[in-house]
Design a protein around this ligand. Structure first.
Ligand SMILES: [Zn+2]
Length: 214
Protein backbone atom coordinates (compact mmCIF):
# COMPACT_ATOMS: atom_id res chain seq x y z
CA UNK A 1 0.00 0.00 0.00
CA UNK A 2 1.27 3.45 -0.90
CA UNK A 3 2.62 5.81 1.71
CA UNK A 4 0.35 8.58 0.49
CA UNK A 5 -2.69 6.35 1.12
CA UNK A 6 -1.52 5.58 4.67
CA UNK A 7 -0.84 9.26 5.24
CA UNK A 8 -4.32 10.24 4.04
CA UNK A 9 -5.98 7.69 6.32
CA UNK A 10 -3.82 8.86 9.23
CA UNK A 11 -4.84 12.48 8.69
CA UNK A 12 -8.52 11.46 8.58
CA UNK A 13 -8.14 9.55 11.88
CA UNK A 14 -6.47 12.59 13.47
CA UNK A 15 -9.18 14.92 12.17
CA UNK A 16 -11.85 12.62 13.61
CA UNK A 17 -10.11 12.81 17.00
CA UNK A 18 -10.00 16.61 16.74
CA UNK A 19 -13.77 16.62 16.34
CA UNK A 20 -14.38 13.97 19.01
CA UNK A 21 -12.31 15.54 21.80
CA UNK A 22 -12.76 19.09 23.16
CA UNK A 23 -11.53 21.29 20.34
CA UNK A 24 -8.51 23.57 20.46
CA UNK A 25 -6.33 24.37 17.48
CA UNK A 26 -3.21 23.12 19.27
CA UNK A 27 -4.80 19.79 20.20
CA UNK A 28 -6.22 19.36 16.70
CA UNK A 29 -2.80 19.78 15.09
CA UNK A 30 -1.30 17.47 17.69
CA UNK A 31 -3.86 14.74 16.97
CA UNK A 32 -3.31 15.03 13.23
CA UNK A 33 0.50 15.02 13.55
CA UNK A 34 0.53 12.03 15.92
CA UNK A 35 -1.96 10.10 13.85
CA UNK A 36 -0.19 10.78 10.54
CA UNK A 37 3.15 9.70 11.99
CA UNK A 38 1.52 6.62 13.55
CA UNK A 39 -0.03 5.65 10.23
CA UNK A 40 3.33 5.86 8.45
CA UNK A 41 5.76 4.54 11.02
CA UNK A 42 5.07 0.83 10.49
CA UNK A 43 6.60 1.15 7.02
CA UNK A 44 9.96 2.32 8.35
CA UNK A 45 10.71 -1.39 7.96
CA UNK A 46 11.50 -1.41 4.31
CA UNK A 47 11.22 -0.39 0.73
CA UNK A 48 7.55 -1.14 0.45
CA UNK A 49 5.90 2.07 -0.28
CA UNK A 50 6.41 4.05 -3.42
CA UNK A 51 9.49 2.02 -4.22
CA UNK A 52 8.48 0.53 -7.54
CA UNK A 53 6.04 3.02 -8.95
CA UNK A 54 7.25 6.13 -7.27
CA UNK A 55 5.89 9.14 -9.08
CA UNK A 56 8.14 12.02 -10.03
CA UNK A 57 6.22 14.45 -7.85
CA UNK A 58 6.29 12.31 -4.73
CA UNK A 59 9.96 11.51 -5.27
CA UNK A 60 10.58 15.24 -5.40
CA UNK A 61 8.46 15.84 -2.34
CA UNK A 62 10.39 13.27 -0.36
CA UNK A 63 13.72 14.77 -1.41
CA UNK A 64 12.47 18.17 -0.30
CA UNK A 65 11.23 16.74 3.01
CA UNK A 66 14.57 15.10 3.56
CA UNK A 67 16.57 18.25 2.95
CA UNK A 68 14.29 20.48 5.01
CA UNK A 69 14.56 17.90 7.80
CA UNK A 70 18.36 17.82 7.54
CA UNK A 71 18.55 21.64 7.63
CA UNK A 72 16.21 21.89 10.62
CA UNK A 73 18.10 19.17 12.49
CA UNK A 74 21.39 20.95 11.75
CA UNK A 75 19.84 24.14 13.11
CA UNK A 76 18.77 22.38 16.30
CA UNK A 77 22.24 20.87 16.78
CA UNK A 78 23.88 24.23 16.07
CA UNK A 79 21.66 25.96 18.60
CA UNK A 80 22.41 23.28 21.17
CA UNK A 81 26.16 23.43 20.66
CA UNK A 82 26.37 27.23 20.77
CA UNK A 83 23.68 28.13 23.31
CA UNK A 84 23.23 24.83 25.10
CA UNK A 85 19.49 24.89 24.64
CA UNK A 86 17.10 22.89 22.55
CA UNK A 87 13.99 24.29 20.93
CA UNK A 88 11.67 21.37 21.52
CA UNK A 89 8.99 22.21 19.00
CA UNK A 90 11.59 22.73 16.26
CA UNK A 91 13.29 19.45 17.19
CA UNK A 92 10.05 17.51 16.97
CA UNK A 93 9.14 19.09 13.64
CA UNK A 94 12.58 18.32 12.20
CA UNK A 95 12.47 14.68 13.29
CA UNK A 96 8.97 14.20 11.86
CA UNK A 97 9.96 15.80 8.55
CA UNK A 98 13.16 13.73 8.40
CA UNK A 99 11.22 10.52 8.93
CA UNK A 100 8.66 11.49 6.30
CA UNK A 101 11.54 11.95 3.88
CA UNK A 102 13.13 8.64 4.78
CA UNK A 103 10.00 6.56 4.63
CA UNK A 104 10.13 6.34 0.84
CA UNK A 105 13.83 5.67 0.56
CA UNK A 106 15.44 2.28 0.54
CA UNK A 107 18.77 0.58 1.02
CA UNK A 108 21.39 0.20 3.71
CA UNK A 109 22.35 3.88 3.78
CA UNK A 110 18.77 4.82 4.42
CA UNK A 111 18.50 2.23 7.22
CA UNK A 112 21.64 3.55 8.86
CA UNK A 113 20.35 7.12 8.62
CA UNK A 114 16.99 6.19 10.13
CA UNK A 115 18.74 4.25 12.90
CA UNK A 116 20.92 7.28 13.59
CA UNK A 117 17.79 9.40 13.98
CA UNK A 118 16.54 6.69 16.37
CA UNK A 119 19.79 6.83 18.38
CA UNK A 120 19.46 10.61 18.54
CA UNK A 121 15.95 10.19 19.96
CA UNK A 122 17.27 7.62 22.44
CA UNK A 123 19.95 10.00 23.65
CA UNK A 124 17.52 12.88 23.81
CA UNK A 125 14.98 10.79 25.76
CA UNK A 126 17.68 9.57 28.10
CA UNK A 127 19.04 13.03 28.93
CA UNK A 128 15.53 14.37 29.55
CA UNK A 129 14.35 11.24 31.36
CA UNK A 130 11.37 10.86 29.04
CA UNK A 131 10.49 7.20 28.71
CA UNK A 132 8.13 7.62 25.77
CA UNK A 133 10.93 9.24 23.79
CA UNK A 134 13.26 6.38 24.70
CA UNK A 135 10.58 4.00 23.41
CA UNK A 136 10.26 5.97 20.18
CA UNK A 137 14.06 5.90 19.82
CA UNK A 138 14.10 2.11 20.16
CA UNK A 139 11.33 1.81 17.59
CA UNK A 140 12.96 4.11 15.03
CA UNK A 141 16.45 2.62 15.48
CA UNK A 142 15.26 -0.97 15.26
CA UNK A 143 12.42 -1.14 12.74
CA UNK A 144 14.46 -0.35 9.59
CA UNK A 145 16.29 -3.67 9.95
CA UNK A 146 13.18 -5.83 10.19
CA UNK A 147 11.78 -7.84 7.31
CA UNK A 148 9.07 -5.97 5.52
CA UNK A 149 5.63 -6.55 6.99
CA UNK A 150 7.20 -8.54 9.82
CA UNK A 151 7.38 -7.48 13.46
CA UNK A 152 6.38 -3.86 12.82
CA UNK A 153 3.11 -5.08 11.29
CA UNK A 154 1.81 -6.93 14.34
CA UNK A 155 -0.51 -6.44 17.26
CA UNK A 156 2.59 -6.35 19.51
CA UNK A 157 4.08 -3.41 17.68
CA UNK A 158 0.71 -1.67 17.92
CA UNK A 159 0.73 -2.15 21.71
CA UNK A 160 4.31 -0.90 21.94
CA UNK A 161 3.36 2.16 19.89
CA UNK A 162 0.34 2.67 22.16
CA UNK A 163 2.65 2.66 25.19
CA UNK A 164 4.73 5.41 23.57
CA UNK A 165 1.49 7.35 23.00
CA UNK A 166 0.49 6.81 26.61
CA UNK A 167 3.75 8.33 27.83
CA UNK A 168 3.31 11.31 25.54
CA UNK A 169 -0.26 11.75 26.75
CA UNK A 170 0.91 11.80 30.39
CA UNK A 171 3.55 14.37 29.61
CA UNK A 172 1.41 16.73 27.55
CA UNK A 173 -1.78 16.24 29.58
CA UNK A 174 -3.76 16.03 26.38
CA UNK A 175 -6.52 13.46 26.52
CA UNK A 176 -6.71 10.96 23.68
CA UNK A 177 -3.08 10.91 22.46
CA UNK A 178 -2.75 7.23 23.27
CA UNK A 179 -6.03 6.37 21.55
CA UNK A 180 -5.02 8.40 18.49
CA UNK A 181 -1.61 6.68 18.35
CA UNK A 182 -3.18 3.24 18.49
CA UNK A 183 -5.90 4.08 15.95
CA UNK A 184 -3.36 5.65 13.58
CA UNK A 185 -1.02 2.68 13.83
CA UNK A 186 -3.85 0.14 13.54
CA UNK A 187 -5.20 1.99 10.49
CA UNK A 188 -1.94 1.13 8.72
CA UNK A 189 -2.22 -2.56 9.52
CA UNK A 190 -5.90 -2.66 8.55
CA UNK A 191 -5.15 -0.95 5.24
CA UNK A 192 -2.35 -3.45 4.53
CA UNK A 193 -4.73 -6.30 5.44
CA UNK A 194 -6.83 -5.23 2.45
CA UNK A 195 -3.93 -5.86 0.05
CA UNK A 196 -3.26 -9.28 -1.53
CA UNK A 197 -0.15 -9.83 0.56
CA UNK A 198 -2.01 -9.33 3.84
CA UNK A 199 -0.55 -8.83 7.31
CA UNK A 200 0.78 -11.37 9.81
CA UNK A 201 -0.93 -9.75 12.77
CA UNK A 202 0.27 -12.37 15.28
CA UNK A 203 3.81 -12.94 13.97
CA UNK A 204 5.94 -14.71 15.26
CA UNK A 205 3.31 -16.66 17.24
CA UNK A 206 1.51 -17.42 14.03
CA UNK A 207 2.84 -16.98 10.51
CA UNK A 208 -0.65 -16.82 9.12
CA UNK A 209 -1.18 -13.85 6.86
CA UNK A 210 -4.55 -12.21 7.38
CA UNK A 211 -6.08 -10.63 4.33
CA UNK A 212 -9.49 -9.34 3.41
CA UNK A 213 -10.54 -9.12 -0.21
CA UNK A 214 -12.91 -6.31 -0.92
ZN1 LIG B 1 2.84 -1.49 5.70
Amino acid sequence: MKGSTHLTIGIVVGAAAAVYYPFTLKNASLYIAVSALSALSADLDGPSILSSKIGKVSKWLHEIFLWIGVCLAAGVIYQYSTHGLVNQELSIVSVVILLLGFVAKEGVTRNIMVSLVGCGLLYWGWTLGWNWLLGLGVFVAWVPWLNHRGMSHTIWATLFWGAIGWGLEQQLHVEGIMAVSICGYASHLIADTLTPRGVKWLYPLSKRSFKIRL
